[in-house]
Ligand binder design. Structure first.
Ligand SMILES: C[S+](C)CC[C@H](N)C(=O)O
Ligand SMILES: N[C@@H](CCS)C(=O)O
Ligand SMILES: [Zn+2]
Length: 338
């Protein structure tokens, strides 16, 4: 496919999707958070991806809970699933690649189950007088290199001088190729902590001639820059110039920082902006636990939504420590102000 066509078909997918959703779409919430709430122990270098081996039924269950809560986009459990990480656990490369594909298949199965249930909520989208199914996209999650390091590096973005653009491209290449052929509608690059990694992902998308749309989601700890200190404007501009990127945004960042970041991103791109903050709590990477003190309750989280919408965002969900209740509340706010 020529690059011009790639841009057109990718952009159309997101534009049509948002139109069908009524202009604003609901993204799911914390996947790992819910896996833990259901009893999974994620104190492991694979973190949530461990469940792809030990409890795939639980992953499907959590996807389904988010669909029941109103999500239009669900993200696969591949955030910290890497071929390198699975091989370090003793799996073969073939088994590792199969688990990556499985992460997307599980999300697709949840979507099928959800549609089959044909509940009132799943038939609430009306087009030309006809009642249709609520649009649901499955996004293949790709966590940053820092996620694979399993030491919380996605919250610093400091990879050291030894990690070059080529290192990052080599790290991401094969997983991206596998996930591209997994049946996902969208690739979600999540928690990108620095400009170098954004550049690596953008170059890979272009070099591989990829015809599935992608979003780039950065994270921040000051509301001004991405976590490494790189400029959010420069990161968003980089995403803007990549043809395959259909949305740019922020995830796993405290809600109080989002408004300013949306305003900055809007200066760099006219592409849809995706926002899925965490609860505002802090992650202790050594214990792999969250420090509870500083979080916001669902009502507070949701009170920000209209402000983020006015600033220019159009896809809203939650990241770590948010739950189906958060997502239900987001859907409710959006439907009250169509
Ligand atoms: C988004 S963080 C909470 C994911 C877990 C982290 N990469 C770790 O393994 O410690
Ligand atoms: N999609 C991942 C992101 C972690 S930052 C999750 O929700 O667990
Ligand atoms: Zn998160």
């Amino acid at each position: 496919m020529e690059l011009g066509n790639v841009e057109n078909s990718s952009t159309t997918l997101m534009t049509d999707f948002l139109k069908k959703c009524g202009g604003y779409a609901v993204v799911d919430g914390g996947l790992a958070t819910e896996l833990e709430r259901h009893g999974a122990d994620l104190n492991d270098p694979l973190w949530s991806a461990k469940c792809l081996i030990s409890s795939p039924h639980l992953v499907r269950r959590v996807h389904l809970d988010y669909l029941d809560a109103g999500a239009n986009i669900i993200l696969s459990a591949s955030y910290q699933a890497t071929i390198q990480g699975f091989v370090a656990k003793g799996l073969s490369v073939e088994e590792a690649e199969s688990l990556l594909r499985r992460s997307v298949e599980i999300a697709c199965e949840a979507r099928e189950i959800y549609y089959d249930k044909s509940t009132k909520g799943s038939w609430d989208y009306i087009e030309s007088g006809n009642i249709s199914r609520r649009p649901v996209l499955v996004a293949a999650s790709i966590g940053s290199y820092g996620a694979y390091l399993a030491d919380g590096s996605e919250y610093s973005g400091k990879y050291g001088d030894a990690v070059s653009l080529e290192t990052l491209k080599d790290f991401h290449r094969r997983r991206l190729q596998v996930l591209l052929k997994s049946g996902a509608d969208l690739i979600a690059f999540e928690t990108i902590p620095n400009k170098l990694e954004a550049k690596a992902c953008a170059e890979l998308l272009e070099e591989e001639g990829i015809n599935i749309p992608a979003w780039f989601s950065f994270n921040s700890k000051d509301g001004i820059n991405v976590v490494s200190g790189d400029s959010i404007l420069e990161c968003a501009s980089l995403a803007d110039s990549c043809k395959q990127v259909v949305a740019v945004g922020i995830n796993c960042t405290p809600p109080r920082f989002i408004h300013g970041l949306v305003l900055s991103i809007r200066k760099a791109t006219s592409k849809p902006i995706v926002i899925y903050p965490n609860s505002g709590e802090t992650f202790n990477a050594e214990l792999k636990q969250w420090t509870k003190s500083s979080g916001v309750v669902d009502e507070d989280f949701v009170s920000y939504i209209n402000k983020w919408r006015e600033a220019g965002a159009s896809l809203f969900g939650g990241c770590c420590r948010t739950t189906p209740n958060t997502i239900r509340a987001i859907g409710s706010v959006l439907s009250k102000n169509p």
